[in-house]
Design a protein around this ligand. Structure first.
Ligand code: HSE
Length: 404
C-alpha cells in the first residue's frame, strides 16, 4: 500500500483528490499496488467534503507518518511550500508539485536533496498544466542537442489576448471576463505581468539546457501595456499579439531567456493557439521543431499531470526519477539585448523621421489612427539597443510601444 498526502486543498489539490479517488482502480492496476489518499493538509475546514476525515492542520503529522511515501504539494508560493517540501524530502518522502514559483526559485536545491535522499521530486504540472512537456523534454527528446524552447505558457493572458483580438474587448474588459470565468486569479498580477510565464520558461530552460535559470535572470514584460490600437496594427499586417516565453542556447553554451509580447505572423503555429490553451515549441538538432499543445491550466487537466507524477514516484520507490539539472550562476546567461529581431514600433513621430533614421520599414495603418501616430515593422536586423539608438533624439517619450 502506498499512502499519499496532499498539501493544500485548493483548485489543484481538490482535483488531485478527485482523480486519485475516481480512477483508483485503473491507477492501482498501472502501479501494481494500491495508492490511497491518507491526509489532506489545509488551514481551512471542509466539514462537508467527502474527504472530511482526512484533513489535518499540522504538517508534522504527515512528516512523522512513515506510511506516507508521496507528498503532493499544491500550496503555491515559495515560503510555507518550501519548508514543507524540504521537510518531506528530508523525511524520505517523494514530493510531487504543481508549484512553478518554488521549482523556478529553489528547484536545483530541492532536486539535490531528493537525490541525496533517493526519492523523487517531480513537477510535470508546473508547466503547461495537463500538457506532457517536462517528461518528453527529458526522456523522449534526450538524444537531441536542444537549442530553443518557446511557447505560450500562460492561459489567462492568452485568453485575454484572444478576447481582445477576436472580440474587440479592451484589456480591462477581457481581464474582467477572464476573472468571471474563473481563469484569472482574483489577484491576476503574476499572470498579466508575465511572472507566471517567467517561472515556467525558467523550468523549461533548466530541463532543456541542464542549468538552473533564476527568474531574476529573465527580463519579463507582461501584457498590461497592450491596447486595441496595437491589436489593430497587428491585424493590418496579418499578425497576432501573443505573450511568449523564450529560451535559447547559444553555440558557446550560454543561455538566454525572456518573456515578452510578440507580433507573430498569422501563419505561425503559435499564432493559432487561442483561449486558455498553451503550446510549447522545442527545437533540437535531430528532431527539428516539435510542438506540444493542450490545456495549460484548470483543475482536472493539472490534476492529471500531478497524479501521473504520483504514479511515477510510486513505481520508482527507492530511487530519484528523471529530473535533474546543474546549478545556476551569473556567467551562464547572456542578455536578450544581443538578439537581432523584427520589431513592431508605435510612436509619435512623422513617418519621414522614421524613414530618415531606419530606411525602408513596413508602415502600418489602422482605422481612426490619431494625428502624428506612426506604427511600423522593422526588418530582422536590429537588436533592441540598436533600435533604441536609431530612434534616439525623436521627441521625448515619443515611443509608445515596442514589441518583438
Ligand atoms: N495562472 C496560470 C495560467 C495557471 O493562467 O496559465 C496555470 O499555471
Amino acid at each position: 500500500m502506498i499512502y499519499v498526502a496532499i498539501l493544500g486543498f485548493g483548485v489543484v489539490g481538490s482535483g488531485v483528490a478527485e482523480v486519485l479517488t475516481t480512477n483508483q482502480e485503473s491507477i492501482d492496476r498501472r502501479v501494481r499496488d494500491e495508492i490511497r489518499l491518507k491526509y489532506i493538509l489545509d488551514v481551512r475546514d471542509f466539514p462537508d467534503s467527502p474527504y472530511a476525515d482526512k484533513f489535518v492542520k499540522d504538517f508534522s503529522v504527515i512528516e512523522n507518518d512513515p506510511e506516507v511515501s508521496v507528498v503532493v504539494e499544491t500550496i503555491g508560493g515559495a515560503t510555507v511550500a518550501l519548508d514543507f517540501t524540504r521537510r518531506a524530502l528530508q523525511a524520505g518522502k517523494s514530493v510531487v508539485s504543481s508549484n512553478k514559483e518554488l521549482v523556478a526559485t529553489h528547484g536545483y536545491d530541492l532536486l539535490q536533496l531528493a537525490k541525496e535522499k533517493k526519492v523523487s521530486y517531480l513537477f510535470e504540472a508546473s508547466v503547461g498544466g495537463g500538457i506532457p512537456i517536462l517528461r518528453p523534454l527529458t526522456s523522449c527528446l534526450a538524444a537531441n542537442e536542444l537549442t530553443e524552447v518557446c511557447g505560450i505558457l500562460n492561459g489567462t493572458t492568452n485568453y485575454i489576448l484572444t478576447r481582445m483580438i477576436r472580440g474587440g474587448l479592451s484589456f480591462d474588459a477581457a481581464l474582467k471576463e477572464a476573472q468571471e470565468k474563473g481563469y484569472a486569479e482574483r489577484d491576476p498580477s503574476a499572470d498579466i505581468q508575465g511572472q507566471d510565464a517567467c517561472r515556467k520558461i525558467c523550468i523549461l530552460a533548466a530541463l532543456a539546457f541542464g542549468q538552473h535559470i533564476y527568474p531574476s535572470q529573465v527580463p519579463t514584460e507582461g501584457i498590461t501595456g497592450i491596447t486595441l490600437e496595437d491589436v489593430a496594427y497587428a491585424d493590418s499586417c496579418g499578425r497576432k499579439i501573443k505573450l511568449l516565453g523564450r529560451a535559447i542556447r547559444r553555440e558557446d553554451g550560454k543561455i538566454c531567456a525572456y518573456v515578452a509580447p510578440h507580433l507573430l505572423d498569422g501563419e505561425e503555429p503559435l499564432a493559432g493557439v487561442e483561449d486558455v490553451f498553451n503550446a510549447i515549441s522545442v527545437t533540437g538538432n535531430a528532431i527539428g521543431e516539435v510542438m506540444f499543445y493542450g490545456r495549460g491550466a484548470g483543475k482536472l487537466p493539472t490534476a492529471s499531470a500531478v497524479v501521473a507524477d504520483v504514479i511515477d514516484a510510486a513505481r520508482s520507490m527507492g530511487q530519484s526519477k528523471y529530473l535533474d539539472w546543474g546549478p545556476g550562476g551569473e556567467d551562464i546567461t547572456f542578455s536578450p539585448d544581443t538578439l537581432s529581431d523584427r520589431w513592431y514600433v508605435r510612436l509619435h513621430a512623422p513617418a519621414e523621421e522614421v524613414r530618415a533614421r531606419l530606411g525602408e520599414v513596413q508602415f502600418l495603418a489602422r482605422p481612426g489612427a490619431t494625428e502624428g501616430e506612426t506604427a511600423f515593422l522593422t526588418g530582422r536586423q536590429y537588436t533592441r539597443p540598436e533600435l533604441d539608438r536609431a530612434l534616439e533624439g525623436l521627441s521625448a517619450d515619443s515611443v509608445i510601444r515596442m514589441y518583438h
